[in-house]
Write a protein that binds this ligand. Structure first.
Ligand SMILES: Nc1ncnc2c1ncn2[C@@H]1O[C@H](COP(=O)(O)OP(=O)(O)OP(=O)(O)O)[C@@H](O)[C@H]1O
Length: 259
């Protein structure tokens, strides 16, 4: 990880509203090469909207997102697809193709690149499955035949298979018990480090954030209100950050219940 190099992802003044509701009110965030940054924040604070803006799944209203120095706000078509294909993504709920066996799920992104043949893709998929602790015996299973933890491993293998230099993790531990969550966190740390990839994750799971992040950034009321090294977060002199990391109902952050 080096902060001397230009940021791998550079976000400035990012804005996104839905009708009269402002979700992102000017987000600034830098993610440096080889760094793992986790964006934390309560439900509905806009973490997913931020990720979707970076991936171009939602169009930002204003501001800038540069990936490797290239502006991606407003970018569409083939170049957008190329950039997305060069990134790995682990979606919330794993988002595996139910109708495809595990091996096909993991090989999918490799074949989509049309750079390697079926045999090579399968070999790479099997190698990547082994990296996340799954042996060849699960390769022919369908996702529905696997536990949530195993599905998550498959989804991680799919995200890693193309050796991306940027990986996005969307709530990687949601729906897992604490032990399985820890296993997945450890795999995320190890595999991302082995690849030398830059990682951006969103989560409200503080245990996961502490484990996988070099730096944590907290999103609140449309802005990053604090960003710093994991080791600093317990000493932050900000009541909002304190309330969130300790999961207290009382404090300056008032949760509204949307009906
Ligand atoms: N396509 C959309 N149209 C209208 N409103 C949206 C849309 N997508 C998100 N929102 C609103 O934006 C706000 C932020 O949503 P978002 O899903 O980013 O929150 P989050 O921080 O990821 O929450 P959680 O942790 O619960 O997933 C919410 O109020 C949501 O209703």
């Amino acid at each position: 990880m080096t902060q001397a190099a230009p940021p791998k992802i550079r976000i400035r003044g990012l804005k996104k509203s839905f009708g009269t509701k402002t979700v992102l009110a000017g987000v600034d965030l830098d993610i440096y090469p080889g760094e793992s940054v986790v964006v934390i924040g309560g439900s509905g604070t806009g973490k997913s909207v931020l990720l979707k803006c970076i991936l171009g799944l939602l169009e930002a209203d204003g501001g800038s997102i540069e990936i490797d120095g290239e502006e991606v706000v407003g970018l569409r078509g083939r170049r957008r697809e190329e950039i997305n294909r060069s990134c790995g993504m682990l979606f919330q709920g794993s988002a595996l193709f139910d109708s495809l066996p595990v091996l096909e799920n993991v090989a999918f992104g490799l074949l989509a690149r049309k750079e390697i043949d079926r045999k090579e893709a399968d070999a790479t998929a099997l190698r990547t499955l082994a990296q996340v602790g799954l042996d060849a015996s699960v390769a022919g299973h369908f996702p529905s035949q696997l536990s949530g933890g195993m599905q998550k491993r498959v989804a991680l293998a799919r995200a890693l298979a193309t050796s991306p230099n940027i990986i996005f993790f969307d709530e990687p531990t949601t729906g897992l018990d604490p032990i399985m969550a820890d296993i997945i966190n450890n795999l995320i740390v190890k595999t991302t480090r082995d690849l030398g990839a830059t990682a951006l994750s969103i989560t409200h799971d503080m245990a996961s954030a502490r484990k996988i992040a070099h730096r944590i950034a907290m999103l609140y009321q449309g802005r990053i209100i604090w960003a710093g090294a994991v080791a600093e977060i317990d000493d932050v002199d900000d009541a909002r950050v304190n309330q969130f990391i300790h999961g207290r109902a009382e404090g300056p952050i008032q949760m509204t219940v949307e009906v």
